[in-house]
Ligand binder design. Structure first.
Ligand SMILES: [Zn+2]
Ligand SMILES: [Zn+2]
Length: 122
């Protein structure tokens, strides 16, 4: 048995003067990579339609302000079939592991509350 891997979850505040693209991001960004990853933190920011659907990501390091840019999807899956099949929600070339491997306690709590009919927002 291996120990569970959790989401990085490192947060950064988006300052009012920062050029946030026409996408909607909240006042805080929260890294969606697995904990202890190499390189900058990333959070999915928005889907952009033109010229074809692409994903815009916010990227930042401990000592840099967030930047935004389009990254291709990782697009690998866990090899399971039907209901157990899970696709990675991260971008191509992200630091391992893929998203189905690790846990995001905050999101799991949200899902649990949603199942109970409780909507919880920051
Ligand atoms: Zn991170
Ligand atoms: Zn992946």
């Amino acid at each position: 048995m291996t120990a569970p891997v959790y989401i990085c979850g490192q947060e950064v505040t988006v300052l009012p003067y920062e050029e946030v693209p026409r996408v909607h991001v909240g006042k805080r960004l929260r890294c969606e990579l697995a904990e202890h990853h190499e390189g900058p933190h990333h959070q999915y920011a928005a889907e952009i339609d033109a010229p074809y659907p692409t994903a815009e990501w916010a990227r930042w390091s401990d000592d840099t302000r967030p930047e935004f840019g389009v990254l291709p999807d990782c697009d690998t899956h866990n090899g399971a079939s039907d209901d157990d099949k899970a696709y990675c929600v991260l971008f191509e070339g992200h630091p391992p592991p893929c998203s189905w491997v690790f846990h995001d306690p905050a999101r799991e709590v949200e899902g649990f509350l949603a199942d109970l009919g409780i909507s919880w927002q920051e």
